[in-house]
Design a binder for this molecule. Structure first.
Ligand SMILES: [Zn+2]
Length: 392
């Protein structure tokens, strides 16, 4: 078999196949053709020696904001710089603007973009007058309909509960669950200060996702012990997602959870216009490095950014795996050692000794060099600075 591209001699970590060994990866026609020792490089026009580096499936970021038609969004092309070959938009759009998001961005982006559709008709439009201040914006019927019309890209329903739902958080949850049930898709629920986390967890169904599990603001559920609703939800098959962002990751909260052997199912960035810049400059490899810093193994950090999010998306044969026939979405990375400061969203610093650094990204068989994505970030205004301070 002649490959189009051969990655030779790297350490392959593919948790979907319980694989952690030195091996070659052969790519043909945008698909993974073969993973194994000493693959035949004859007639392969692009052989890359990557001894000493790691190779894993292209990363899947389950929570980011990629619609530039509101104040949060950034161009999803950026995610390729971070080794993310599949980006999931977490409710930046609602039923009214998702079709335009799809037409202008999703259908043209080299990275694959899927979307949770916000139960609020316009999605997350602006942080200073939020999307469900008025419950009439919640549109279960239309949300389910737009998902039914775009089943290849619209993969779930999104809801944020907290200040954005005023005092009607549970009614908003009812609306979001009605849409998710009607469309037969997962619901992702954001929790922040003011959310009744226990009541929400009691309502979530198998396959639903709770994001910002280590937010560390107000009534954080991981306190001295993990509350019963958390373990019951996990047993039921609810996924717990990191969703780092610029206000939703606390070292203290994560450390206490790890002490209770409570680990996130998926590691995600919540990358958006406010978390992409100083002082956090969030990237998925950086959030994975933070997990290493508090004791997660490298293999688990890869599992929680490949195989498990692929399962959440019900696309585990296509992405998040290097099995033969899967899409050739691949990350080559270094694990640098040293003394690195890692900052949480409360600006607490913890030092770590390992850092994941992408060196080569393959998207559908095409080579992308980290740092080469040309994107434009929208200008920030004074009001953005106020928002930035409030979020934190
Ligand atoms: Zn978010």
């Amino acid at each position: 078999m002649a490959f189009d591209l051969l990655l030779a001699g790297g350490t392959v970590i593919d948790p979907s196949q319980s694989l952690h060994a030195v091996a070659d990866v052969g790519v043909q026609d945008g698909r993974v053709a073969q993973v194994g020792a000493n693959l035949d490089s004859a007639n392969c026009p692009d052989v890359r020696q990557i001894s000493g580096k790691y190779v894993c499936p292209g990363l899947i970021d389950l929570h980011g904001h990629w619609y530039e038609g509101n104040l949060y969004g950034i161009d999803p092309l950026l995610c390729l710089d971070h080794g993310v070959t599949t980006a999931v938009d977490a409710g930046s759009t609602g039923y009214a603007n998702f079709p335009e998001f799809r037409r202008t961005t999703i259908d043209h982006c080299l990275a694959d973009v899927f979307a949770f559709i916000h139960i609020s008709f316009m999605g997350l439009h602006a942080p200073y007058a939020e999307e469900l201040i008025d419950l009439r914006y919640a549109r279960p019927q239309e949300t389910a309909e737009v998902i039914a019309r775009h089943p290849d890209r619209a993969i779930g329903v999104k809801l944020r509960v907290g200040s954005m739902t005023a005092n009607h958080g549970m009614a908003a949850l009812d609306a979001a669950l009605a849409a998710a049930n009607a469309a037969a898709v997962p619901l992702m629920v954001h929790i922040s200060g003011g959310a009744d986390e226990r009541a929400i967890l009691r309502r979530l169904r198998p396959g639903d996702i709770l994001t910002h599990c280590f937010h560390g603001r107000g009534n954080g559920m991981i306190a001295e012990t993990v509350v019963p609703e958390v373990s019951q939800a996990r047993q039921r098959g609810v996924f717990f997602d990191v969703g780092h962002g610029c206000g939703s990751f606390s070292w203290d909260s994560a450390r206490r959870a790890f002490e209770h052997h409570f680990y996130p199912d998926t590691i995600s960035t919540d990358l958006h216009r406010y978390s992409v810049c100083d002082p956090l400059c969030v990237t998925l490899p950086q959030v994975m490095s933070k997990m290493l810093c508090i004791g997660m193994s490298l293999e688990d950090a890869v599992r929680k950014t490949t195989a498990i999010p692929a399962r959440v998306l019900h696309r585990e044969r296509e992405i998040g795996t290097l099995a033969s026939g899967a899409r050739a979405d691949i990350l080559v990375f270094d694990v640098e050692t040293g003394d690195f400061p890692f900052t949480d969203t409360h600006l607490a610093v913890r030092r770590g000794s390992r850092r994941i650094v992408p060196t080569l990204v393959i998207k559908r068989g095409q080579v992308h060099l980290p740092g080469s994505a040309k994107i434009h970030l929208r200008d920030l205004y004074d009001s953005d600075m106020e928002v930035f301070r409030a979020i934190r």
